[in-house]
Design a protein around this ligand. Structure first.
Ligand code: PGA
Length: 254
């Protein structure tokens, strides 16, 4: 169980799913069903549905997230979306460095570092994703890979700004595969991340930052994951696309 000071966060990453009508229906069902304020709920629809979903979430405790941003205030960046444009829509979180962005779109740690800095500058709360591939895990490189990602993506960050960070540990081999890390495997890396944060910043900050687990989280495995001391929530892909399955995750305490 997460430390008392850390309110669990259950985040739904809708990826490239949902037209505006579908997004309105799903968001409405979540607002109606997410009643437990012991858990913070965030949903990250595609850019095209952000305005619609913001309207549905207005006045509700469910938070709005973006799946990406471009790290510049404005300019000639065809097809991109600035942090200020997201803030303008009522977005409060930004998922950054997701493994799909890293793998499909070739995003580097340095580019992600710029995004984290730009998000914080604009008042958005970054959810920084880190995690190893199956080959890296098999080669015993998990902590080295995660440490490298943390080091590079948080380079230059002041402790004062780091307080609004969330980290998501998402082993690449567990994303969309139905193969979840065991609670013990996840906890080992979460603990490593928290210890790293304590060294890089301080104990107080390390104990307050939420570390989410992501990768095939479902209603039937979330409770075991959440029983670990350093797992403070989940970043959920596939199972966040349906109100019943996401609400079952949000209400993991049963
Ligand atoms: P999944 O995705 O729950 O579908 O495995 C998690 C993620 O990519 O954030």
């Amino acid at each position: 169980m997460s430390e008392p000071g850390r309110r669990p966060l259950m985040a739904g990453n809708w990826k490239m799913h949902k037209t505006t009508g579908q997004a309105r229906d799903l968001a409405s069902a979540l607002v109606a069903g997410a009643k437990d304020d012991r858990v913070e709920v965030m949903i990250a629809p595609p850019f095209t549905a952000l305005a619609t979903v913001a309207g549905v979430l207005a006045g509700s405790p469910v938070q709005l997230g973006a799946q990406n941003l471009y790290p510049a205030p404005e300019g000639a960046y065809t097809g991109e979306v600035s942090p200020a444009m997201l803030v303008d829509l009522g977005v409060s979180y930004a998922i950054l460095g997701h493994s799909e962005r890293r793998q499909i779109f070739g995003e580097s740690d340095e580019f992600i570092r710029q995004k984290v800095a730009a998000a914080l500058e604009a008042g958005l709360k970054p959810v920084l994703c880190v995690g190893e591939t199956l080959d890296q895990r098999r080669a015993g490189e998990t902590t080295a890979v995660v440490e490298g990602q943390l080091h590079n993506c948080l380079k230059g960050l002041e402790a004062g700004s780091a307080g609004s960070l969330t980290i998501a540990y998402e082993p690449v081999w567990a994303i969309g595969t139905g193969q979840t890390a065991t609670a013990a495997q996840a906890e080992e890396v979460h603990r490593f991340i928290r210890t790293w944060l304590a060294g890089r910043f301080d104990n107080g900050l390390a104990n307050s930052v939420r570390i989410l687990y992501g990768g095939s989280v479902k209603a039937d495995n979330v409770r075991e994951l959440m029983s670990e001391p350093d797992i403070d929530g989940a970043l959920v892909g596939g199972a966040s696309l349906d109100a019943r399955s996401f609400l079952a995750i949000v209400g993991y305490k049963g």
